[in-house]
Write a protein that binds this ligand. Structure first.
Ligand SMILES: CC(C)(COP(=O)(O)OP(=O)(O)OC[C@H]1O[C@@H](n2cnc3c(N)ncnc32)[C@H](O)[C@@H]1OP(=O)(O)O)[C@@H](O)C(=O)NCCC(=O)NCCS
Length: 163
């Protein structure tokens, strides 16, 4: 399989919409809460998503990478708030493309982007029952900070990586 990596553009709206609603399960979407404000509910149409991408581009403080296999998005990773003291990362891989190392590759992409803009550390947060994410982040070099955020239905484990 040949993969292509690119930055998110409004023209990716349709493929991203499909990835989000068919490539991820309902639980995955709950886990992948990071890419504010792209997927804040209710998101109903591709047109709406394209508009959100355009608007979000104006903020100019995030990276959002897409991994394509042909015409289909099979993964994405993001880095948000490059200009503040606590840049956060997020990642999701299409449910049919997992356990092939793609999550690790997209993490590497984000880590390199963060280093290139001079960041010294990055953060991630995972639901306490999201074993896949906790293990993947640990494998990449993130360490738990000991801080846990109590949400309505779950706890979130904070992780940090020194770059
Ligand atoms: C977390 C996620 C991105 C991992 O993507 P992936 O491409 O399957 O990950 P990789 O194949 O690169 O796996 C890297 C490591 O993560 C761990 N891992 C991944 N999936 C796992 C699972 N289901 N159970 C246990 N460990 C897992 C393993 O340590 C794995 O290394 P190994 O294969 O050598 O054992 C993917 O499961 C996903 O998209 N989940 C839904 C969205 C989400 O939870 N995002 C994270 C929000 S914090």
């Amino acid at each position: 399989m040949r993969y292509k990596l690119r930055h998110l553009e409004p023209s990716d709206g349709r493929a991203l919409f499909e990835f989000y609603f068919t490539g991820l399960s309902k639980t995955d979407r709950k886990f992948f809460g990071q890419p504010y404000p792209l997927f804040l509910q209710p998101l109903k149409t591709v047109k709406e998503l394209r508009q959100r991408i355009k608007k979000w581009q104006l903020e100019n403080d995030w990276y959002f990478f897409l991994l394509y296999a042909g015409e289909k998005i099979v993964g994405c990773s993001m880095l948000k708030r490059c200009s503040t003291s606590r840049p956060v990362t997020g990642i999701a891989i299409h449910k049919k493309y997992r356990r092939q190392g793609l999550g690790m590759i997209l993490q590497r992409v984000i880590i390199n982007a963060a280093r290139n803009i001079g960041l010294k550390r990055i953060w991630a947060a995972a639901h306490d029952d999201n074993i896949a994410s906790l293990r993947m982040h640990t494998k990449c070099g993130y360490k738990t900070t000991g801080k846990e955020m109590l949400k309505q239905s779950h706890r979130e484990i904070e992780m940090k990586m020194e770059l």
